[in-house]
Design a protein around this ligand. Structure first.
Ligand SMILES: [Zn+2]
Length: 429
C-alpha cells in the first residue's frame, strides 16, 4: 500500500546546491529498521511512527537532459556541431523560460529521494570530449553559473588511439574536475556495444580493422568498453564515475547488466524525453542538440514548460515523511482511531486550508495546530469495513498539497459479534 503526499512548495524551502559532485558515493540513507524482536508478527506494536530517512521531494518535478558535442563558428557537421552564439542563446532561453539548470548528481539525488529539485529543470551534458567544450562551452556555462557533465570516451582523449587535435586533454579535464565539473563515462572507443555488431578495432600500431566480435572475444572487448573505461577515467582523474552515456544509445540487457555491475547508477541514451521521478535509471533519454534541428531544443523546452507542474498541479511525496497515525498500511486498529499527520515538513501552511477526508465519513472537522504543524481528527463514529483511507490536503504558498494513506480497522472492534475466526464481513443469516 502506498501513501502519497503532495507538495510543490517546499522546493523553495529546501536548498539545493548545484555544484556538489558525486555525493552519491556517500550512501546516506540507511533504512531505519526497528526490527521487532523475533517471533510474534501478529502483535502490532504501539506504533511509533517510522523514522524519516529521506527528504521530502517533489515527485512531480521534471527534467530534460541536453547533450551537445562540438562548438564551432562555422558548422560543417550539423549533426554534432553548434555555433557558440546558438548555444549561448539556448542557455539563455532556459533561464528565460524559468527552467533551472541542475547538476546530474542533483538529478540522481532527487531520483533517490534524497534531495529536492525545482519543478522544471534541465541538465546539460557534453559528449565525447572535444577541446571546444573546454575552450568555448565552459566559459559560457560559467557566465550562466550552470553546472554540467562531460561524457568522455577514454580513447578519444588527446593521446588516445582516437584522440586527435580537436580532442580534450587529460589536463583540461583535470582543470574542469577541480572546478566542479562532473566527468562521466562514455565507453573506451565509442562504438555499438552489442554483440555481433560491426566495430572498428585499432591495433597498437594504429592500424584499424573492421570486424564483428562474438563469444569470449566480444566479452573481453565489451568489458573494457564498459568497465575498463570507467576504471581508467576514475584512475586518471581520481574521481568516481556513476553515469554511463551509451554510445549512440546502442545497448541491450547484457550491456546494462555489465554497467550496473560495474557500479554505474544511471545510463543514458539519446532518445530525448522528459525525465520524471519514476523514469528507469538504466535508460534516461537525452535530447541531442543539432545545429540543423533547432526545433528539438525548442520542443524539449516546451515539453516541460507545458506539462504538469503548473500552478494547479498537486505533487506527491512519500507520506512516511508526515509521520501519519495510523501509519500507511498499518494493520487493524480500533474503529475509533485518532488520525494524525505532521505537516511541518511541507512548508508554510495557509491557515484554514487544511482539509481531511476519511473514507466512509467524508470531510471531517480536522483540527490544525500551526505551532506543531499537526493535523488531527478523533474519529467519533465507528469506521466500517476492514480499512480506511485518509485524504489530507492543504495549501502552501499558493499550491495545493495532498496526502493519501490507508490503514486497517480492527474488525473485531467494529463488529461486536464476530470474535475469533477469519473476520468475514458477510454477516451470517
Ligand atoms: Zn558520443
Amino acid at each position: 500500500m502506498m501513501i502519497r503526499f503532495a507538495i510543490i512548495p517546499l522546493l523553495l524551502a529546501l536548498n539545493f546546491s548545484m555544484c556538489k559532485r558525486h555525493e552519491s558515493a556517500a550512501n546516506s540513507s540507511q533504512p531505519a529498521t526497528s526490527s521487532p524482536a523475533a517471533g510474534s508478527p501478529a502483535v502490532a506494536p504501539a506504533a511509533s511512527p517510522p523514522k524519516i530517512t529521506k527528504a521530502v521531494v517533489d515527485q512531480t518535478a521534471q527534467t530534460i537532459i541536453f547533450c551537445y558535442h562540438r562548438l564551432v563558428d562555422k558548422v560543417r557537421y550539423p549533426g554534432t556541431e553548434i555555433t557558440p552564439a546558438d548555444f549561448e542563446a539556448q542557455m539563455k532561453l532556459l533561464k528565460d523560460s524559468g527552467i533551472t539548470v541542475i547538476s546530474m548528481q542533483d538529478l540522481l539525488a532527487w531520483k533517490r529521494g534524497e534531495k529536492n529539485i525545482p519543478p522544471r529543470c534541465a541538465v546539460i551534458s557534453f559528449d565525447d570530449g572535444w577541446k571546444s567544450q573546454y575552450e568555448v562551452a565552459w566559459p559560457i556555462m560559467k557566465k550562466f553559473g550552470y553546472p554540467f557533465t562531460m561524457f568522455i570516451y577514454t580513447e578519444g582523449v588527446r593521446g588516445g588511439s582516437l584522440g586527435g587535435g580537436e580532442a580534450i586533454t587529460w589536463e583540461q579535464l583535470a582543470d574542469m574536475r577541480d572546478n566542479g565539473v562532473d566527468i562521466e563515462a562514455h565507453s573506451a572507443t565509442h562504438q555499438d556495444l552489442r554483440e555481433g555488431h560491426n566495430i572498428m578495432l585499432a591495433a597498437p600500431g594504429g592500424k584499424k580493422t573492421r570486424t564483428k566480435l562474438n563469444g569470449p572475444e566480444y566479452q573481453k572487448w565489451v568489458q573494457n568498453e564498459v568497465v575498463g573505461s570507467k576504471e581508467l577515467l576514475e584512475q586518471r582523474l581520481g574521481i568516481k564515475a556513476n553515469c554511463f552515456a551509451v554510445p549512440f544509445g546502442n545497448y541491450n540487457e547484457h550491456v546494462k547488466e555489465l554497467a550496473r555491475n560495474a557500479g554505474f547508477e544511471a545510463m543514458f541514451t539519446v532518445y530525448g524525453q522528459p525525465i520524471t521521478y519514476t523514469s528507469p535509471l538504466d535508460s534516461l533519454g537525452r535530447y541531442a542538440i543539432e545545429a540543423n534541428k533547432p526545433k528539438v531544443f525548442v520542443d524539449a523546452v516546451k515539453m516541460i514548460s507545458t506539462s504538469s507542474g503548473g500552478a494547479s498541479a498537486v505533487a506527491e511525496v512519500g507520506a512516511a515523511n508526515l509521520s501519519t497515525q495510523p501509519a500507511d498500511g498499518e494493520p487493524g486498529r480500533t474503529a475509533l482511531p485518532l488520525i494524525k499527520a505532521n505537516l511541518s515538513r511541507v512548508g508554510a501552511i495557509e491557515p484554514g486550508s487544511v482539509q481531511m477526508r476519511v473514507s466512509g465519513l467524508g470531510v471531517v472537522p480536522v483540527s490544525y495546530d500551526p505551532k506543531t504543524g499537526t493535523a488531527s481528527y478523533q474519529v467519533t463514529q465507528k469506521l466500517r469495513g476492514t480499512s480506511s483511507t485518509v485524504i489530507l490536503s492543504a495549501k502552501s504558498e499558493g499550491k495545493k498539497v495532498e496526502a493519501h494513506w490507508t490503514f486497517g480497522i480492527d474488525v473485531g472492534a467494529a463488529a461486536p459479534a464476530s470474535a475469533a475466526a477469519k473476520a468475514t464481513t458477510t454477516p451470517k443469516k
